[in-house]
Design a protein around this ligand. Structure first.
Ligand code: SER
Ligand code: ZN
Length: 582
């Protein structure tokens, strides 16, 4: 049973023990699966005298500590955990337990659906497979042996590189997988079944050959080619854009109908709902093709932002999700039209995230407490999280952002970290102090900017007034103003952009203001004629703008920023409809 007590970020403590290696053996049979788990455990907190392992819905059969068989009176077993007295710096724990994938309707851990055995372990599914320290800051090297019937399960997959296969007695066979890269258990995956596949290869920037495969229901192989092309494009893009090379010998993708998380970035073995993989020219729309490209990319990009550098705890979910959504959005923009991608992403943000942020379930991208982490896979953590990364990209500019990302990868590879570590890397390259910017992580709700302007022809100046209002949070507390980059234009009658010259505000680049206060008054000089306002270009900040001085038909015809043209056309259309109705 789930215990719904509240968990607070402030109570986070590093784990008293860690798991260095985890060697698993699965014997898959029709009615149940036997799991043998051998862990090398290391003590991190010298004062700790007991080891607590998470485990739910497990039939524990046997347990040994350093080859001593433990009997029931030697440990405490509850519905959620197994606690063993352990007063030593390292130990080898061997556990045998049984699970029932057929009866697993929660679809967390190992379950069987449509004749396929498959796993979903993020955030806390692994504890339904075997006893483990199921938290993302415990990173272990896994090896996985899978034994199953050769006829019903010709395909046996897990994370890492395939180290061997063998045919056994009684119609069984085995596969041995070894993942050399330490990972948290939420990235563990196993798939067994009778699946079709297509294969390809990718040669990395350093000349390493990677075997690629996409597995699907037999008969659907022809619908996997677009996903394969998307995977190869993603691998190439991450090398080109971030210098990130793939690190294993194989990359496998499995598409199954019953997968209910959408898609999952398990190390070297991504599992998808078929909807995000299968497409053919006969039936799929352009939107389907682009959706597949972006989800395949998202899961691939997690290999560096999520897997090699993971989250210290689940409060930090946006560390990997906001960043990876930003990466998949910019990838899709590079592959297709940058402008239509931005328009689509902003529309989705307004439809889902702005609504969430305005309602009773509003929460910061980094929540400070939760009862059930499964409820925090939200538009706020993902999409607003991506906007927060995008704002830093805008503040730093492409080159500094890339250097800051390099620093993030260099410093934190192989670790479980927090958003403050990411911010540290960004701050190291930022042209402005990011301290007030950090409120985007801890506050909720969407700010509104009321913008007015006055033009003074005699002095050729334009004064822009920006009043930022931030609604109270869900606990009815006042919130502080946000800091954000606001990209604007002041346009001449022929649609030329006047240069922005001001000493009232930091200009991040020629057209982007760095706004940090609740009230800003910014004077622009050398503006020879009354300019038209163009605001929040490219949707540089996830805010609501109220301004009744916008000349929509003019902006539609003249603005150099495509997003503002789109926005102006929409608002103009609404205005016309409203005037017809009144
Ligand atoms: N971690 C998964 C993903 O974001 C589950 O949603 O791709
Ligand atoms: Zn993700």
């Amino acid at each position: 049973m789930q215990d719904h007590k509240t968990i607070y970020f402030k109570d986070y403590q590093p784990s008293a023990y860690t798991v260095e290696t985890c060697s698993l053996e699965f014997i898959i049979e029709n009615s149940s699966t036997r799991v043998e788990n051998i862990m090398e455990i290391k003590r991190c907190d010298p004062d700790s005298k007991e080891l607590k392992l998470d485990g739910e819905m497990l039939d524990l059969e046997l347990i040994w500590v350093d080859d001593v068989l433990y009997t029931e009176e030697m440990y405490i077993k509850t519905e959620e955990a197994l606690t063993l007295p352990l007063d030593c710096d390292s130990a080898r724990i061997r556990i045998i337990n049984r699970i029932y994938p057929d009866q697993n309707t929660a679809l967390e851990g190992l379950y069987r659906s449509g004749g396929i055995w498959c796993t979903q372990n993020e955030p806390e599914g692994f504890r339904r497979i075997t006893y483990f320290i199921d938290r993302p800051d415990v990173m272990a090297k896994f090896t996985t042996k899978i034994i199953a019937n050769k006829e019903t399960c010709p395909v046996l997959l897990s994370n890492g590189n395939l180290r061997g296969t063998a045919t056994l007695d009684n119609g069984k066979h085995l596969a041995l997988w070894e993942d050399p890269i330490p990972k948290p258990c939420y990235l563990f995956a196993l798939v067994a079944g009778d699946l079709g596949s297509i294969t390809d290869t990718f040669t990395t920037m350093n000349g390493k050959k990677v075997d690629l495969a996409i597995y699907c229901d037999k008969g659907n192989e022809n619908k996997c080619h677009h996903a394969m092309r998307s995977l190869k494009k993603s691998m190439e893009w991450d090398e080109y854009t971030y210098g990130r090379e793939y690190d294993l010998e194989v990359y496998n993708i499995v598409a199954v109908d019953s997968f209910n998380m959408g898609a999952m970035e398990n190390k070297g073995l991504n599992i998808f709902n078929s909807h995000y993989v299968l497409a053919d020219e006969e039936t799929a729309t352009d939107t389907d093709f682009m959706g597949i490209e972006s989800v395949i990319a998202h899961e691939y990009f997690h290999n560096w932002t999520g897997n090699r550098i993971t989250c210290r705890n689940w409060f930090e979910l946006t560390l990997k999700e906001g960043l990876t959504v930003f990466r998949d959005q910019t990838f899709s923009a590079d592959m297709n039209s940058e402008l239509t991608q931005r328009i689509d992403d902003v529309r989705a943000l307004r439809e889902r995230q702005f609504v969430e942020d305005a309602g009773p379930t509003a929460h910061p991208i980094k929540p400070d407490h939760y009862m059930e982490i499964n409820n925090f896979y939200t538009a706020t953590v993902y999409e607003k999280g991506a906007e927060v990364i995008r704002m830093m990209y805008t503040v730093l500019g492409r080159e500094r952002f890339r250097r800051a990302m390099d620093r993030y990868f260099e410093n934190f590879d192989g670790q479980a970290v927090g958003t403050e570590d990411f911010l540290w890397a960004m701050e190291s390259e930022s042209p402005v102090d990011l301290t007030p910017f950090k409120r985007w992580y801890s506050q909720e709700r969407t700010p509104t900017l009321k913008i007015t302007s006055e033009y003074h022809p005699d002095s050729a100046i334009l004064v822009l007034h920006i009043i930022q209002s931030v609604p109270k949070n869900t606990r009815h507390q006042e919130q502080l103003p946000y800091a954000f980059p606001l990209t604007i234009g002041l346009l001449s009658e022929s649609g030329e952009n006047f240069d922005l010259i001001t000493s009232d505000c930091i200009l991040l680049n020629k057209t982007t203001l760095w706004i940090t206060d609740q009230v800003s008054e910014i004077t622009f000089s050398a503006i020879p004629t009354h300019p038209r306002l163009s605001l929040n270009r490219h949707f540089s900040a996830p805010v609501i703008i109220e301004c009744d001085q916008l000349d929509y038909p003019f902006l539609m015809a003249h603005d150099s920023d495509g997003f503002v043209r789109y926005e102006a056309a929409n608002r103009f259309g609404i205005e016309i409809l409203e005037s017809m109705m009144s």
